[in-house]
Design a protein around this ligand. Structure first.
Ligand code: FE2
Length: 339
């Protein structure tokens, strides 16, 4: 592997391509904007040198300075590469530094939204993979703080995050989408910032109990048997049980988890609560959860448009959601700068 301080070719595109294979190694593209100036990296950085070959640009444990960044930008480079065996180092680095990335005025808003979304997906995926890990709560809390700050402090941030929300249905991305809607809607309802923060943690983890449901069942197309339906519905209690083992959690975090499938008319589960007996935070999460589920493509159903989903919630599903909340939600989605 040769080393290089500058690429021989220019890279005018800012579109991040997929992973590439070279010399037996897989290289993953990373965005230059995800690197924070004057931080020490614990992974190698590579440049694409054409013909699917890569040259070493920066060795680990050396600071990445503004001089390096400017030299790359002068040469039109906005994409660097990490080797597959070091990808986890980069992911961890970005998660630890996402606050600095989001605070950097030189990084475009849309890029910030994309990077935050990527970090969120990793954190939520890890939570589902290892729901009992003690690292889950502090990582989710830090992520929730960044998400709340991003959604509430930047004009149009919710719309930006919403526009990059994945069209494929995965439990992780669904959790992030619900969190973004919940934060914005709670803000519209005048919920205090400290509570929004806790609510965001709960929204990110609201479906954690699904980590115990077989994946084939979650993605099954066609009708579910009553036994299968019962098993899927257990995810609410399982989520409460899993989170109950984390002692650092506030009771507010539990509300979205416990109440997100309750419906105002008592047709929800598992407690079949009605009306105001469902805490506001549960009603907010139930609405966001249903809207995102309907507007996201699943293995067994096409995605509805936002208009179709809201229309359905106002007609066929009338009585199941809080009318006032639904009105606020519709108004919020209509405004392109909603936050
Ligand atoms: Fe759920």
């Amino acid at each position: 592997m040769q080393t290089a301080s500058l690429p021989a070719t220019t890279h005018p595109s800012v579109v991040i391509p997929g992973p590439s294979l070279a010399g037996g190694d897989v290289y993953y593209p990373i965005d230059l904007d995800g690197l924070v100036m004057d931080t020490v990296l614990d992974f190698n950085l590579y440049l694409e040198a054409g013909d699917a070959s890569y040259v070493l640009f920066r060795s680990p444990n050396l600071p990445f300075s503004v001089t390096h960044r400017n030299r790359l930008l002068d040469n039109g480079v906005r994409t660097l590469y990490v080797r597959s065996d070091e990808r986890g180092h980069y992911t961890k680095y970005l998660e630890e530094n996402i606050g600095s990335v989001l605070a950097n005025p030189e990084v475009p808003q849309r890029k910030k939204a994309t990077l935050l979304y990527g970090v969120s997906r990793n954190v939520v995926r890890d939570a589902f993979d290892e729901p009992r890990s003690s690292a889950i709560v502090p990582r989710t809390r830090r992520l929730a703080t960044e998400t709340v700050d991003f959604v509430l402090q930047r004009e149009g941030a919710m719309a930006q995050l919403a526009s990059i929300m994945a069209t494929d249905y995965y439990t992780y991305t669904h959790s992030i989408n619900v969190c973004v809607f919940v934060v914005a809607l709670a803000h519209q309802c005048g919920v205090a910032r400290a509570d929004i923060q806790e609510l965001a943690v709960g929204a990110l983890l609201h479906d954690l109990g699904k980590s115990r449901v077989p994946k084939e069942l979650l993605n099954k197309s066609g009708d579910l048997t009553s036994e299968e339906l019962e098993l899927i519905r257990k995810h609410v209690e399982w989520g409460e049980e899993l989170l109950g083992q984390h002692r650092q959690l506030s009771p507010v975090v539990m509300l979205p988890v416990a109440l997100h499938h309750e419906k105002l008319d008592g047709s929800g589960y598992p407690r079949r609560l009605t009306g105001d007996r469902i805490h506001l935070f549960g009603r907010i999460t139930a609405l966001a959860d249903c809207f995102d589920a309907m507007t996201t493509r699943r293995s067994y159903q096409r995605a509805m448009t936002g208009y179709e989903a809201l229309n359905r919630m106002q007609t066929v599903l009338r009585g199941k959601f809080d009318d006032l909340l639904l009105e606020k939600f519709i108004r919020m989605l209509r405004r392109p700068d909603a936050a």
